[in-house]
Structure formats: C-alpha cells, structure tokens
Design a protein. Structure first.
Length: 481
C-alpha cells in the first residue's frame, strides 16, 4: 500500500494533482557563475565485518565487496597494507577505521570463512525485502544505496548520517528518511527499529534536537531544537504503517509508534500560532541559525500533520484525527497564502527558492500545494551547479558544488509526480558521481569529483525512495528501462 486514502483524507484534501510535463519553465533565472571550491573526499565508503562492526574506508581505497554485501573481499585485500593495522586515531584519509561495533584484528578481515558468513547474512537480509531498481539500469545503484543504509544503521536503531567524525550522529530528519526507505523496500522491522531510536531520544515535551549521539546518551553540541524533525518523524511513521498489510502487524505497529506519534503531534500542534496557523522560525536542513520562517520548516510540519491525520484515522482514533485534520487544513492554507504567491521561496518574506519546493509535493503531501508543482520545476534553474547537480538553494554560496541530497530530492519529486524521465535523469547523474567503492557522496565538485563524506545516508535513502516510487509507476503501467 502507498498513502492509502482514508475517510478523513477524502473529506479534507480533495482531488489529486495532474502530472507535470517539464522540469524547467521559461523565464527561470540561471544560477550565477560559481567559484570552483575544493573539498576533500573524506572517505570512499563503508564496510561491515562480523555481526556488527562498521568500518570507514580511506579515500584512496576502492573497495571490492562480496556480492550482495558491504563485506570486503579478502582476496582483494593487501595483507601487507593491512599489517600496519587499523587506524586507532580515526584519521580522515589513511587507514581503515572501526567506528562502531566490535573491535577487529586485521587478520579477521582476511578470513574468507568469516567474510562469507557475513556476506551470506547480508544477502539473506536483501532477500527478505525488495531491492529497489532491480531489473533496470539502476539495479546496482539501488542495491548499493540500500546496503549503505543498512551498514550505517547500528543495532540499537541509530541511523548514522555518515561515517566521518563530524557526521557520526543521528539526525531525526535523516533517520526518518531511512525508516521510510526501509519500509518501502519491505524491511519494516528495521524501519520500526530506527523510529524506536528516535522515540528513545525525544525530549519530554515531544521536541527534537538537531542531532543526537548514536548511543542515545544526549546531544553532541548546542545546536538546539529543530522542529522539522517532528514533521519528518510523523511523515515517516505513516509511511511505515502504510506499508504493513497484515492487520495484526499493523495494529502492533500503531501501538509501538503511538508514544512517538502522540508526543510529536502534540508538540507540532503547540507550535502553531493561533492566529496565523504558522510555526515559529527554526533551523531546517540548511543547518543555519533561523532568521525567519522557512518553507523547509513549514512544509515538513504540514507533512507531519498529514501523516498524523492518516495514522489516527487508520487507528480509528477520531478525536486525535480531528485535531490533526483541523491543524493540517489551517497550516496548508497558511503556507499556500504566505509562500505560494511568491513561488514558494525559502523564506516567508520572499527571495530565492531552495530545494524545499519539493517538500510541498508528494510523497510528502498527499496532494501538491497550490502552485507548488510549477515552483519546483522552475526552482532547479537557479540551483544548478557546473557538474550538473543542484545546490541546497538559489541563495546558497556560489562555490560550484553540487549536493546529492537536494539533487535526489528532485529525483524523488519527479518520480512522485509522474515525471519519469526527470527522475531517471537525476538518478543517472547520481549514479555517475559515486565514489570508486560505489557510495553516494554528500557533495560533487565542479569538475565532477566526489567530495566530503561518502556514503551520506540521507542521499542513499532518497535514492531508495525514488526507485520505490518508480516501481509504483511501473505497477501503474509506466514503461521503465
């Protein structure tokens, strides 16, 4: 199932949008010529060993994995290179580093029997769900993205944003996308485990900080609360529940997720201004101090209320459904009124657009906000970068760098609104700019080189979600390669 229509949604939301036809519209403003900034590739990918060990690969290592896994092939490893040992200082470029799970001796990586056992377990996990993109030219991209997500999810449900030290934390936003991607590929138990972790770190008032330590012991810094996390958690929770067909399992998931859903819904309802129906400013996916309300905060909160509405209606918790429905209606109207006439810019006061135009579309909203389909098609022109991807927004620094999560958001928007060729084009670009180990990096430089952390879990989960949406299009009769 996918976003099943409920009695409440029919009454509240109306008819679905018509598919868009082209991505860019005439009159869009191209991005200014950038400078060509240089950023290192901090690592080439990740690997797994044994039951729970996660390793970060140095940037100059092109890994050879055993099929269907992120287990390094012992036959492709250089014993002399491994003899110098794993990197105890966790340097950025030189050595293999165990960053989570059990400690390892280097000879364990050379043990073919241990490697085969680990790879067999990985292949069994893949077989228990669906490999996104199977049978298409995106088969390897989809399997690699799913395996990287799986590798970066720890046994306690903590979904690491990336393996490098400054990213080795759990963002509620990124984790919500990971859980949704697991559910959409048949790995509901993993999805629930990721959402369980979010509930375990949720603040007593239902809020979320920007990010958390992976052992659930607290926050790593003073970034403070970031309200879009509540919206994403609610959207993700409904995505997960909506994928469960067995009535008993669905009821169990409702019960399991109720504390997260109730606390998040109450927090979001409490954020909305009684007069304007809008939330206060908050940091969003740009990770900068807020100066005013952004679409990157308002749209995820709307997606969360829509998710809460569906969850409560599906569970026949009608009083809660009514509260969520009223708030969603008011917030939707307020976002359309404040952002819509200006083409859905980043800020409520106007100005350049950013990738949050995609948040006003399916699969985040059950139907596109008024004018949002035109906005996301036009916004890409001002965000394009020399290598062919996009920046986080038109107002982002002009450094020539493409960002893969925002590029993948455009792919997902295309797939979800019927723009199959657009989605495939973005997926092709992401596929072509992976590291030598097959990981999707966070950034791509102006010359096309992968940069920063690889893999980035948010980008991997967005690729998985895009491929799952394309599978839906195939099931509906579209022709895919």
């Amino acid at each position: 199932m996918r976003f099943a229509t409920t009695r409440w949604r029919l009454a509240v939301l109306g008819a679905a949008i018509a598919p868009v036809v082209v991505l860019a519209t005439a009159g869009a403003t191209p991005a200014p010529l950038p400078t060509d900034a240089q950023v290192d590739l901090y690592q080439d990918g990740v690997a797994t060993a044994g039951a729970d060990s996660l390793l970060r690969l140095p940037r100059d290592m092109a890994a050879t994995y055993l099929d269907g896994s992120r287990v390094l092939d012992p036959a492709a490893l250089d014993p002399a290179w491994l003899a110098t040992g794993l990197d105890p200082a966790d340097g950025e470029v030189d050595r293999l580093t165990v960053i989570a799970g059990s400690t390892l001796a280097t000879d364990q990586l050379l043990d073919p029997r241990a490697a085969r056992r680990a790879a067999d377990a990985s292949r069994a996990w893949l077989a228990a769900g669906d490999v996104p993109g199977a049978g298409t030219r995106f088969a390897d991209l989809g399997e690699s993205a799913l395996l990287d997500m799986h590798a970066m999810t720890l046994t306690n449900g903590a979904s690491l944003a990336a393996a490098s030290p400054r990213w080795r934390y759990v963002w509620p936003r990124d984790s919500s996308f990971t859980a949704a991607a697991y559910a959409r590929t048949g790995h509901v138990d993993d999805a629930l485990r990721v959402l369980d972790f979010l509930r375990s770190v949720q603040e007593p008032d239902g809020s979320f900080h920007a990010r958390y330590l992976p052992d659930a012991s607290g926050v790593p810094d003073e970034r403070g609360l970031q309200s879009d996390g509540n919206g994403w958690a609610l959207w993700s929770a409904w995505t997960v529940i909506d994928e469960i067909e067995d009535p008993g399992e669905r009821a169990a998931a409702h019960e399991r997720l109720a504390p997260l859903v109730d606390a998040s819904t109450d927090y979001v309802l409490g954020l909305l201004d009684p007069e304007t129906a809008l939330p206060p400013p908050s940091s969003d996916y740009w990770e900068v101090h807020p100066t005013e309300l952004t679409l990157g905060t308002a749209a995820p909160l709307l997606a969360g209320l829509e998710g809460a509405l569906s969850i409560y209606a599906d569970a026949e918790r009608w009083d809660r459904a009514a509260d969520a429905a009223r708030a969603a209606l008011r917030l939707r109207a307020a976002v359309e009124e404040r952002f819509g006439p200006q083409g859905y810019p980043r800020h409520a006061s106007g100005g350049p657009q950013d990738a949050a135009t995609t948040f006003a579309l399916p699969p985040f909203q059950p139907t596109a906000l008024s004018g949002a389909d035109e906005a996301w098609r036009s916004s890409v022109m001002s965000m394009l970068r020399p290598a062919g991807g996009v920046a986080p927004g038109a107002g982002w620094r002009t450094d020539g760098i493409s960002w893969t999560p925002q590029t993948a958001l455009f792919a997902l928007a295309g797939a979800s609104t019927g723009e199959i060729e657009v989605a495939e084009s973005w997926l092709d670009w992401l596929d072509q700019h992976r590291t030598a180990s097959g990981a999707i990096p966070e950034k791509v430089l102006a010359d096309g080189s992968p940069a920063a952390v690889a893999p980035l879990t948010w980008s991997a989960s967005l690729v998985v979600l895009t491929l799952a949406e394309l599978e839906d299009q195939r099931a509906a009769g579209a022709t895919l390669p």
